[in-house]
Design a protein. Structure first.
Length: 94
Protein backbone atom coordinates (compact mmCIF):
# COMPACT_ATOMS: atom_id res chain seq x y z
CA UNK A 1 0.00 0.00 0.00
CA UNK A 2 1.27 3.45 -0.95
CA UNK A 3 0.12 6.59 0.83
CA UNK A 4 0.22 10.12 -0.51
CA UNK A 5 0.26 12.25 2.62
CA UNK A 6 -0.74 15.88 2.26
CA UNK A 7 -0.80 18.63 4.85
CA UNK A 8 -1.55 22.32 4.63
CA UNK A 9 -3.17 25.31 6.25
CA UNK A 10 -6.74 26.09 5.25
CA UNK A 11 -8.69 29.32 5.35
CA UNK A 12 -12.04 27.79 6.35
CA UNK A 13 -12.82 24.12 7.07
CA UNK A 14 -16.37 24.11 5.69
CA UNK A 15 -15.29 25.74 2.42
CA UNK A 16 -12.28 23.41 2.16
CA UNK A 17 -14.42 20.32 2.88
CA UNK A 18 -16.93 21.30 0.21
CA UNK A 19 -14.08 21.62 -2.31
CA UNK A 20 -12.59 18.29 -1.18
CA UNK A 21 -15.96 16.55 -1.44
CA UNK A 22 -16.43 17.88 -4.98
CA UNK A 23 -13.56 15.49 -5.84
CA UNK A 24 -11.87 17.52 -8.60
CA UNK A 25 -9.27 14.82 -9.37
CA UNK A 26 -11.79 11.94 -9.32
CA UNK A 27 -10.15 10.00 -6.50
CA UNK A 28 -11.65 6.62 -7.46
CA UNK A 29 -10.54 6.91 -11.09
CA UNK A 30 -7.11 8.10 -9.88
CA UNK A 31 -6.68 4.88 -7.91
CA UNK A 32 -7.45 6.07 -4.38
CA UNK A 33 -8.77 3.09 -2.41
CA UNK A 34 -9.16 4.85 0.94
CA UNK A 35 -8.57 8.25 2.43
CA UNK A 36 -8.37 9.77 5.89
CA UNK A 37 -8.74 13.40 6.90
CA UNK A 38 -7.06 14.45 10.12
CA UNK A 39 -6.91 17.70 11.99
CA UNK A 40 -4.80 18.74 14.96
CA UNK A 41 -6.99 19.15 18.06
CA UNK A 42 -5.45 22.56 18.69
CA UNK A 43 -5.54 23.94 15.12
CA UNK A 44 -8.82 23.96 13.15
CA UNK A 45 -7.04 25.77 10.30
CA UNK A 46 -4.72 22.84 9.46
CA UNK A 47 -5.52 19.60 7.64
CA UNK A 48 -3.68 16.35 6.99
CA UNK A 49 -4.93 13.92 4.35
CA UNK A 50 -3.76 10.38 3.70
CA UNK A 51 -4.71 9.07 0.26
CA UNK A 52 -4.10 5.31 -0.01
CA UNK A 53 -3.25 3.63 -3.32
CA UNK A 54 -2.41 0.11 -4.43
CA UNK A 55 0.67 1.29 -6.30
CA UNK A 56 3.27 4.04 -6.45
CA UNK A 57 2.47 5.20 -10.00
CA UNK A 58 -1.11 6.15 -9.12
CA UNK A 59 0.13 8.10 -6.09
CA UNK A 60 2.71 9.96 -8.19
CA UNK A 61 0.20 10.71 -10.95
CA UNK A 62 -2.32 11.99 -8.40
CA UNK A 63 0.29 14.24 -6.84
CA UNK A 64 0.95 15.83 -10.24
CA UNK A 65 -2.79 16.47 -10.71
CA UNK A 66 -3.10 17.90 -7.20
CA UNK A 67 -0.17 20.24 -7.75
CA UNK A 68 -1.91 21.60 -10.87
CA UNK A 69 -5.10 22.10 -8.87
CA UNK A 70 -3.29 23.77 -5.97
CA UNK A 71 -1.85 26.33 -8.36
CA UNK A 72 -5.39 27.63 -8.78
CA UNK A 73 -6.37 27.77 -5.10
CA UNK A 74 -3.15 28.29 -3.13
CA UNK A 75 -3.33 31.43 -1.03
CA UNK A 76 -7.13 31.44 -1.17
CA UNK A 77 -8.32 28.05 0.06
CA UNK A 78 -5.07 26.35 1.06
CA UNK A 79 -1.63 27.58 2.03
CA UNK A 80 1.80 25.94 1.95
CA UNK A 81 0.92 22.38 0.93
CA UNK A 82 3.48 19.75 1.87
CA UNK A 83 3.46 16.20 0.58
CA UNK A 84 5.28 12.93 0.96
CA UNK A 85 4.76 9.50 -0.52
CA UNK A 86 5.02 6.65 1.95
CA UNK A 87 4.99 2.89 1.89
CA UNK A 88 2.66 1.42 4.49
CA UNK A 89 4.72 -1.24 6.25
CA UNK A 90 2.20 -2.43 8.77
CA UNK A 91 -1.26 -1.57 10.03
CA UNK A 92 -2.71 -3.48 12.98
CA UNK A 93 -5.97 -3.07 14.84
CA UNK A 94 -5.72 -3.96 18.52
Amino acid sequence: MTILQIEHNISDFDVWKKAFDSDPINRKKSGVVRYSILQPVDNPKYILIDLEFNNLKNAEDSLVELQKLWGKVEGKLIMNPKTRILNKIESVEV
